[in-house]
Write a protein that binds this ligand. Structure first.
Ligand code: 6R9
Length: 643
């Protein structure tokens, strides 16, 4: 385990240095209400709140509210409030898949685009509280569509373009969406993605009133009369002004589906006021934002990182945010740095999986470019191994840019544990310390709090404004999933070590969630996709460590009696997972297993399956409760082909 400490680089003149951070932490501790009201001043409110946090994690009195008596609109906070002083500042730099193709939107242009979209939604009968699905490439219109929903009080739900029509259909049904905003096609790494056709396929299951289609490639796509509208055909007739709804702070802003350890993906609900305060504050704190920064977060808007740090956080702070519609290796492995130089990017935020993939290509594609504009680097999405951290710091950052390793989740709305770049000495592989107002706690499996330097399950004992409020349509599931494991605590699902200096080292998920390249995948979802195949009797899915992806999927599949597995069936099963979920969930390995290791009561012993997938051949612990102990040897024999 690396215990190197990198001090804050001398010439990194952050707004928040050690003294300022200390004052901020003390202010929060001595007067939490005053601290949160101070943070609320970051926003423009229609009615400024008097209440801050009002919450309880106890079952009898379970509630989470922030700034509940306040009223505001988030599109106003992202756009209108900047117009007078910074209307001509660039809000979004669109960087297309093809290098150098793209354009810039000023705050005024983004405002006008958002109003046009909002007016179109209204014309199509979309009202405050309705759900709107967004299934789009990383183009500025995606941001405008999100902001348009926020403007009229509709609740958006963005789905990553890599999800299949089945997944889209499931989400539309779950939140009863009345409209879908999409594009004719997406383009990634030179490949075209048939977004509109996927939407059409999804809507065969369940139709919506309106589909709004933005032109990205100009591909010829079928349009259904009465339902489908081409945005470019009507755009010029739409007004560039649209009054914003004054939303209650606790009105839902968006739903974002994410995988958990059981069942179908959950619709994580974030509300308006608290989410906005948290997104605005954390963006400012962690990225030391300044007026002349060019901020590039490489995440897709289909994930929470794209919501909070491509769209809402940067725009609320009046920043210039890069929207990148490409991939790190197209046209070659220098793409990120070529783009950094061309756009003058000052803050760069990406995922460990991308860093590891680039590191494998050596230093040359990085050194080919100057990167001198960069002053701060960040990572998010999964644990970063110290080697990858050091490479990022030394090669990409030339040893002069702080690296902020930011730990957070879809559920947390924004960053919870991260260095302050100008104040926190860094340890490669550690997300360092909680942000002001964040109260992490480690517990053992019984829920007993562990003190000092120790390892345990990571919980949070106090609410923060950006916390999710419910699971769409299933408030009980919200409580059960996050607050029932350890009484009175929010359980993150992550394991964690705390060292002598109080630094947190996230070790990864301790539940049945697999993190493949920073994408959360529920084992239950993949298993149910596999057993949907007519030849499959049973399936169990576990993670194994992968050099680039962090984790990858190992699927154990038991076929119906008399059936035999082979390469063709493997391909079919992979296809099945792609169809039900999307390519991101397709297993790296499929092992045909005569039976699965089960206890006498019929529970699959995943612990054994995990160990075998990790390449272990002994030390399976107590196997005496297995109904058939010989199954372990059979599984080991079958796993040999993967080692
Ligand atoms: C923002 C995001 C959340 C899960 C989380 C954890 C892992 C995220 C991390 C990290 C170690 C970091 N994770 N950031 N692990 N260090 N800096 O990724 O949200 O997609 O919901 O994933 O990702 O396991 O629980 P989400």
């Amino acid at each position: 385990m690396s215990e190197t400490v990198h001090p804050v680089p001398d010439d990194f003149n952050a707004r928040i240095g050690p003294a300022e951070l200390d004052a901020l932490l003390k202010a929060e501790e001595s007067d939490p209400h005053g601290h949160w009201m101070e943070q609320a001043k970051r926003l423009q409110w229609t009615k400024f709140p008097e209440q801050s946090g009002d919450w309880s994690f106890d079952e009898d009195d379970f509630r989470i509210n922030w700034f509940a008596d306040g009223k505001l609109n988030l599109s106003v906070n992202c756009l209108d409030r900047h117009l007078e002083k910074h209307g001509d500042r660039t809000a979004i730099i669109f960087e297309a898949d093809e290098p150098g193709h793209g354009h810039r939107y000023t705050y005024r242009e983004l405002y006008e685009e958002t109003c046009r979209f909002a007016n179109l939604l209204k014309q199509r009968g979309v009202h405050r509280g309705n759900r709107v699905m967004i299934y789009m490439p990383m183009i500025p219109e995606a941001a405008a569509a999100m902001l348009a929903c926020a403007r009229i009080g509709a609740i958006h739900s963005v789905i990553f373009g890599g999800f299949s029509p089945e997944s889209v259909a499931g989400r539309i049904a779950d939140c009863d969406a009345c409209a879908v905003i999409t594009a004719d096609e997406g383009v990634r790494g030179g490949k075209h993605i048939p977004l509109k056709r996927n939407v059409d396929a999804a809507l065969e299951h369940r139709d919506v009133q309106s589909v709004i289609v933005v032109t990205r490639t100009g591909a010829d796509v079928p349009m259904k009369d009465g339902r489908d509208v081409s945005y470019s055909a009507v755009r010029d007739q739409l007004s560039t002004e649209c009054e914003a709804e004054a939303m209650d702070a606790e009105d839902p802003l968006f739903i974002l589906y994410t995988s958990g350890s059981t069942g179908k993906p959950k619709g994580v609900v974030h509300t308006t006021g608290g989410y906005a305060v948290w997104a605005a504050a954390t963006f400012d704190w962690v990225f030391d934002y300044r007026d002349d920064d060019v901020f590039w977060c490489t995440a897709d808007v289909g994930w929470i990182t794209g919501h909070t740090y491509v769209v809402y956080g940067p725009l609320m702070n009046g920043a210039t945010s890069v929207m990148f519609d490409g991939v790190p290796n197209f046209p070659d492995f220098g793409r990120f740095w070529e783009t950094v130089d061309r756009l003058g990017v000052t803050i760069f935020y990406t995922a460990p999986t991308a860093i590891r993939a680039l590191m494998r290509e050596g230093d040359e594609p990085v050194k080919r470019y100057s990167r001198k504009s960069i002053r701060l680097l960040g990572t998010v999405g999964e644990p970063i191994n110290p080697e990858a951290w050091e490479w990022y710091w030394r090669v990409v950052g030339d040893g002069r840019c702080p690296v902020v390793d930011t730990w957070w989740q879809t559920e947390t709305g924004g960053i919870l544990i991260s260095p302050f770049p100008g104040a926190t000495p860094m340890k490669p592989g550690s997300a360092t310390k909680p942000l002001p107002g964040v109260k992490p706690l480690l517990v053992d499996s019984e829920g007993k709090e562990l003190h000092g330097a120790t390892s345990g399950n990571l919980c949070i004992s106090a609410s923060w404004p950006g916390q999710m409020r419910t699971v769409w349509g299933d408030h009980r599931r919200f409580f059960e999933t996050y607050f029932s494991t350890y009484r009175g605590l929010y359980f993150t699902g992550d394991g964690c070590r705390r060292d002598e200096d109080g630094y947190y080292w996230i070790t990864g998920r301790v539940d049945d969630v697999i993190n493949v390249s920073g994408h959360r995948i529920g084992t239950a979802e993949v298993e149910s996709a596999l057993v949907a195949h007519p030849l499959v009797a049973e399936a169990a899915v576990v993670a194994f460590p992968h050099d680039i992806k962090g984790q990858a999927i190992h699927a154990y599949v038991t076929l119906n009696a008399g059936e035999e597995g082979g390469e063709d069936l493997r391909r079919e099963l992979n296809q099945q997972v792609r169809k039900e979920i999307g390519a991101l969930a397709s297993p790296e390995r499929i092992q045909f297993a005569p039976t699965l290791p089960k206890t006498r009561s019929g529970k699959i012993m995943r612990r054994i399956l995990r160990k075998i997938a990790e390449g272990e051949t002994a030390g399976f612990g107590d196997t005496s409760t297995l109904a058939d102990p010989t199954v372990v040897d059979q599984l080991l024999a079958g796993a040999r082909e993967f080692q």
